[in-house]
Design a protein around this ligand. Structure first.
Ligand code: BG6
Ligand code: MG
Length: 225
């Protein structure tokens, strides 16, 4: 039986995935190369330093650790310039209605706990900017984990803090690495995006606008038999 929903942040609750893409491209451009939207899919859900390593490898650039830290800090500053302009209006379509349905389900005798499962160190700031800090029963962010997605650590810690079993959780993810993390953690993986990209997901919807809590729980029941 499903008892908890674990939400990724960037690209699921807010559109910061686009900000990461813009800031990383700006950094790559400053080093004399560029990368595609398809390559960007491989960065989603991956920690800041691991993302930097992947981008530098793509560009064939080798740097000292000190220079890498400088570049990561520069990218983060460009990213924060965009984040600092955010308001509650930047919550993605369908999210607030979906969160209201979770609350309603609880009032109707089906309590569902919710946690954040993000590898971002900026997650608390972003939640604060869009006014979502208070809604979670547990928040696992980049400061609480040692392994980035696709390692399941972030979601397993979320389940543990909520005191539920992995198989009682649904993970909401827009990243290939995040879906893999959910599956490795033995959780139901709901993909937000395209089924052509999120091929390992148990179910994929274009956005939370296209799903109700009742439909989701029925789909999981059917899948789990
Ligand atoms: C993930 C994003 O949520 O957080 C990645 O999908 C990002 O693109 C990662 O690299 C780390 O984020 P931050 O905010 O700590 O640089
Ligand atoms: Mg994401």
């Amino acid at each position: 039986m499903i008892k908890a929903f674990l939400f990724d942040l960037d690209g699921v609750l807010v559109d910061t995935a686009v900000f990461h893409y813009q800031a990383w491209r700006r950094m790559a451009n400053s080093l004399g190369f560029d990368f595609t939207h398809e390559f960007n899919e491989t960065l989603k859900g991956v920690s800041r330093m691991d993302s930097l390593d992947r981008i530098l490898a793509l560009g064939g650039v080798t740097l000292t650790d000190e220079r890498k830290l400088e570049l990561a800090a520069q990218k983060n500053q460009w990213y924060l310039d965009l984040v600092n302009e955010m308001t509650p209006a930047d919550i993605l379509p369908g999210v607030n209605a979906f969160l209201a349905q979770i609350k309603q389900a609880g009032e109707q005798g089906q309590p569902i706990k919710i946690a954040l499962g993000s590898v971002s160190k900026n997650a608390p700031l972003i939640l604060d900017r869009v006014g979502l800090s208070h809604i979670f029963d547990a928040i696992i962010d980049g400061s609480k984990i040692t392994h980035s997605k696709p390692d399941p650590e972030v979601f397993l810690k979320g389940a543990a803090e909520l005191n539920v079993l992995p198989e009682e959780c649904i993970v909401f993810e827009d990243a290939v690495a995040g879906i893999e993390a959910a599956k490795r953690g033995n959780m139901f993986a709901l993909g937000i995006g395209s089924p052509d990209v999120l091929t390992q997901a148990d179910l994929v919807v274009p956005s939370l606008e296209h799903l109700t809590v009742t439909e989701l729980l029925s789909a999981v029941e059917r899948a789990q038999g």
